[in-house]
Design a protein around this ligand. Structure first.
Ligand code: PBG
Length: 323
């Protein structure tokens, strides 16, 4: 039976009617807020390409955490920018590294705030690549040792979840074993499993001062043209012990989010990355898009595609809008 018996507009007639039949609903607890931490005191340096986002010293970071707690945001993910970088990414796994210090300070002040750490080396290497360079390429198996050491140092400092984002083969298994061997069987791994070699990380690399000094990341991050490969990456990470899987970026990769949701029973996260944030903000600043509606629509669609958890620079704005 079709028109005139069926009129789809009946259920769209008022906001009350629309909210009654809405299939996808956002809540602040689904959002993870990314934060950039730097050494020093009183530092709050705005990132040019990411308005409203800052490099923060630990004291300033704590203010953001207090806000995240009061807005009911699901958690934060930390990225560190060390004072000095070297060939061995030593800042990534130093006991008193900048992220490790930040975790301790946050756990001291906001013990209930969920703290996730990005486990990668690119912010800590002098060359900006995600691991040890041998013959002009990132050497997979040595890098696994650095990643395991970094994840362990985060767990020791009090991180609730570790999230490897480097795309080395076997990193989830290596990190799981290292955590287990040191008594951290309870620390979950959120794997950036389907992480693409994307142009949309551009603003982040300014924020984290992590642009590669030569070449690019295409020998380890995924080719944007591939989707079956994403399923294989995710399957391997689950076999190695990942508790949750992430797709990154989010909006241009909604099909991958949907496939992940249909294929795997674990929680699926999606990262609305820096370039997605900056595109929306640039259009908003030109008066071309409505800020609040762009935020809620983009996040709703990422959730509708199948992401249970969304990492987003809009976490605070969205939580306020939903509150
Ligand atoms: C570290 C890492 C990156 C992002 C998250 N973790 C950058 C990269 O891979 O170059 C990007 C996040 C964003 O763009 O918001 N490897």
């Amino acid at each position: 039976m079709a028109f005139p018996v069926h009129r789809k507009r009946r259920l769209r007639a008022s906001e009350a009617m629309r909210s009654l039949v809405r299939e996808t609903k956002l809540a602040p607890t689904q959002f993870i807020y990314p934060l950039f931490v730097v050494p020093g005191k009183g530092v709050r340096k705005e990132i040019g390409s990411m308005p409203g986002n800052y490099q923060l010293s630990v004291d300033e970071l704590l203010k953001e955490c207090a806000e995240a707690v009061s807005l009911g945001i699901g958690g934060i993910i930390l990225f560190g920018i060390p004072d000095a970088k070297d060939e061995f990414a030593s800042g990534a796994y130093a006991e008193d590294g900048i992220v490790q210090q930040a975790i301790r300070a946050i756990k001291n002040e906001h013990p209930k705030l969920l703290v996730i750490t990005d486990v990668c080396n690119c912010e800590y290497t002098s060359h900006g690549h995600c691991g040890k360079i041998v013959d002009g390429d990132v050497d997979n198996d040595t890098t696994l040792e650095w990643l395991s050491a970094a994840a362990l140092s985060h767990a020791q400092a009090g991180a609730d979840i570790v999230a490897p984002s480097d795309m080395m083969d076997g990193r989830v298994g290596a990190i799981r074993k290292c955590l287990d061997d040191h008594g951290f069987q309870k620390t979950p791994i959120l794997s950036y499993a389907a992480k693409y070699a994307s142009v949309f990380y551009g603003p982040f690399r300014e924020a984290a001062e992590s642009a590669p000094q030569f070449g690019d990341r295409r020998s380890y991050q995924m080719d944007p043209a591939n989707s079956r490969e994403a399923l294989h990456e995710m399957q391997l990470d689950l076999e190695e012990g990942a508790d949750m899987l992430m797709v990154k970026p989010a909006m241009p990769y909604l099909d991958i989010i949907r496939m992940a949701r249909e294929e795997f029973p674990v929680p699926i996260a999606a990262y609305q990355v820096s370039g997605e944030f900056s595109m929306i903000m640039a259009a908003v600043r030109n008066g071309w898009l409505d800020h609040n509606r762009a935020i809620l629509e983009s996040l709703t669609c990422i959730h509708r595609a199948g992401a249970d958890i969304i990492l987003t620079y809009f976490a605070k704005d969205a939580a306020r809008l939903l509150g």
